[in-house]
Design a protein around this ligand. Structure first.
Ligand code: MEV
Length: 438
């Protein structure tokens, strides 16, 4: 039966058995393969299982290091969880390049997060607006029991605004609240406060006999344009050095134009920003943060002026090449996976236990560095040179190439196009036999 009730109630073994019987042709070798990815330590495996539901095994991802990052005069090695070829190599190149030119400078531009209560009220709207200063006091008072600990840590609710949204939908209003959640990402804290706002608002409206209120949604907003870090690199143009035959002046101008193109053209901006998130997401995942939230926010931020645009910027003034990024990053260094996932714990240790503001700045550097590497490759030798070596290795691994076959291929493909068919043909020539598709 390809349909089942109560799958979540089965044991892990039973879940796998059901899956193998119904979707994996009853293949016991596949079952064993799934089990082979379980962690050898039963307690660690139990922890991993509990991060999600209906877990049957672990999904492995490379955990890599990009060393040599000098950020605000402190050395870092960046942990990255990513599967894409050449991203870590590019990142490491960029780290070294800029660390030899004064390093990365970073700053926090803001740490405010946002949550909203969306509601409708069919009553006297003017009265709601007039009384809102008092209502706000009541809401703040009523959430003291939730905010107490956060306030002890220097955070809490910063403000609550009443937003009249009736131009979009009759009777639609919002409470738009801003928060500082210090070292936690804060979604749970914010949602708890918002739901309490919702209860209180209902009670106030009932008490005042104002009419019908309907609380539609109480939820954190992942758009945090004021929770942002800036990372910058700069140096005199001549310090950029020669790239092969290309002078630093020509390189700097081509690079500036490449950034400018992403500022004005959404097609290019999307790919440009995707490359930035190659670096950012890899760090966000390695440090146990929510990469969906971070990406969603970044793309909205990239559209904040009405057209999707580049997250990085470049200027050349008085012979100084400057390249920077402003990136919204709602991340946490306490709570969530940060103290639970064994590899996240190690990632945090590698980063010397940053607080949330430090982690924001390091992630902004990762985005800037990754973008620099991609643009440098594209404006000089082209992206394929770096990509192709990794692509070649992936294909060779697919065909179970030996060490000597790989060495031969590396030389053979120096001046040839890498594709599955060209690699297969080369291997068939060496092996003297046809290779079946595996
Ligand atoms: C590939 O993952 C990322 C790039 O396409 C980024 C870019 O084009 O800037 C190389």
């Amino acid at each position: 039966m390809k349909q089942i009730n109560g799958y979540s109630k089965l044991t892990k073994d039973q879940k796998i058995d059901w899956l193998v019987d119904n979707y994996l042709e009853g293949n016991q070798a596949t079952k064993e393969e799934l089990i082979s990815f379980w962690h050898r330590d039963i307690n660690t495996q139990k922890k991993l299982d509990e991060f999600s539901e209906n877990t049957i095994t672990n999904y492995f991802f490379p955990f890599s290091i990009a060393p040599n990052f000098l950020i605000n005069n402190k050395w870092y090695a960046l942990p990255m969880a990513i599967e894409e070829s050449s991203v870590v190599a590019a990142m490491s190149m960029s780290g070294k390049f800029w660390s030899e030119r004064g390093g990365f400078k970073t700053e926090i531009l803001g740490t405010t997060k946002i949550g909203q209560v969306h509601f409708t009220l069919d009553a006297n709207h003017q009265e709601l607006k007039n009384l809102f200063p008092d209502i706000k006091k009541q809401l703040l008072e009523a959430t003291k029991y939730i905010t107490h600990n956060m306030e002890q840590r220097g955070g809490g609710i910063q403000d609550i605004e009443l937003m009249d949204m009736t131009q979009h939908e009759p009777n639609y209003f919002q409470l738009k609240a801003s928060f500082d959640t210090k070292d936690s990402m804060g979604a749970n804290f914010i949602n708890t406060c918002l739901e309490e706002f919702g209860h209180q608002l209902k009670a106030i409206v009932a008490e005042k006999n104002w009419g019908n209120i309907s609380i539609i949604l109480c939820i954190v907003s992942n758009y945090t344009p004021n929770c942002t870090a800036r990372a910058t690199v700069e140096c005199p143009i001549e310090n950029l050095g020669f790239f092969g035959q290309m002078s630093p002046e020509i390189f700097a101008e081509k690079f500036r134009l490449a950034v400018r193109i992403a500022e004005v053209d959404p097609h290019r901006a999307t790919t440009h920003n995707k490359g930035i998130y190659n670096g950012v997401d890899a760090m966000i995942i390695a440090t146990g943060n929510d990469f969906r939230a971070v990406e969603a926010c970044g793309h909205t931020y990239a559209s904040r002026n009405g057209q999707y645009s580049s997250l990085t910027h470049c200027s050349i003034d008085n012979g100084i090449f400057k390249f920077w990024i402003d990136l919204p990053l709602a991340v946490g260094t306490v709570g969530g996976l940060t103290q639970l996932h064994p590899l996240v714990k190690i990632a945090m240790q590698i980063l010397e236990y940053p607080n949330a503001e430090e982690l924001m700045q390091i992630c902004a550097v990762a985005g800037l560095a990754q973008n620099f590497a991609a643009l440098r490759a594209m404006t000089t030798v082209g992206i394929q040179q770096g990509h192709m070596k990794m692509h070649l290795f992936n294909i060779l691994n697919h065909y179970h190439a030996t060490k000597s076959e790989k060495d031969y291929a590396l030389n053979y493909f120096k001046d040839k196009i890498v594709s599955f068919s060209t690699v297969r043909t080369m291997l068939e020539q060496i092996r003297g036999e046809k290779i079946g598709e595996s």
